[in-house]
Design a protein around this ligand. Sequence first.
Ligand SMILES: [Mn+2]
Length: 326
Amino acid sequence: MNKIAIYNKILVKIKQYDTIIIHRHIRPDGDCIGSQMGLKELLKASFPQKRILTVGDDIPNYLSHLGQNDEIKDEDYQNALAMVIDTATEDRICDHRYKLASYSIKIDHHDDSFDFADMNFIDPTVPATGALMVEFYLANKDQLVLNKAAAEAFYTAIVSDTGRFQYRGVNGDVLRAAAVLVDTGIDIEEIYSKLYLKEFAVFVLQSFVYKKMKQTPNGVVYIHFTQKIMEKFGVSIEDASGLVNVLSQIKGALIWVAFIDYPDGSTRVRLRSRFVAINDIATGYRGGGHLMAAGATIYSLKEKKKLLEELDLRLKEYKLANPEKQ
Ligand SMILES: [Mn+2]
């Protein structure tokens, strides 16, 4: 079935339900919240008589202007449609009550994505769920209303997952989707200022990253944020996590990693790379994600060492086969 037919089918389903509850993944990012809240605004504007609700755990501060979660009771799922967006696997769904709904639809773009809903649409060639949302809108344009609130949220989603249109998955379709959003009159400068301005304390921590970053023999660059360091610099886990990309532009360091300690004793690993795939390695450490942007969770320094060795070997082999790649 072609994509437009699938998007048409999704809209047919949406029209059949008075209540639609939109789910997403845990530890949300800009693509996740932007797609969720954008879809809420799109459906609210298009079907004012329907109840369009969003559910999930805490929304990070820098995304809270896009919308808030609704209080949802179990009864709300009766005769409702649940939509789960931007979520690869069932264990990553925030709030498993989506199962209580009469029908569920999944829309996602992760590489290691699995079917868990009644209808599943996965397109890993599209770099952001926000872009899938725009495709959904365009396929049903005559029946949907795209307002500025939805456009702002979808734009936030796309720039978040494409690193402001710089990653390889960005093609003409993604730029055309962004153009549709810009045409609604959204203020791009305002969007970027909400997403990318950081507190003074974060920059102080950033200078610490450059001072303390380490490199494996073959060029995997990494930094470890302990609870003590985050306390000392007065930054949140969220702020520290965001700093992984501080390591993204080092020549020869095709893989970069941030380790972030959580209060529960686990260490969250954020893995990033260019050219070389790393998500299969993340899968071995309770994680996964995209080919070149993945996450994992580890529980000891021994695991950290093992993970770094695996990444180092991966990079060594990649460089031997591709000596021209920096
Ligand atoms: Mn995404």
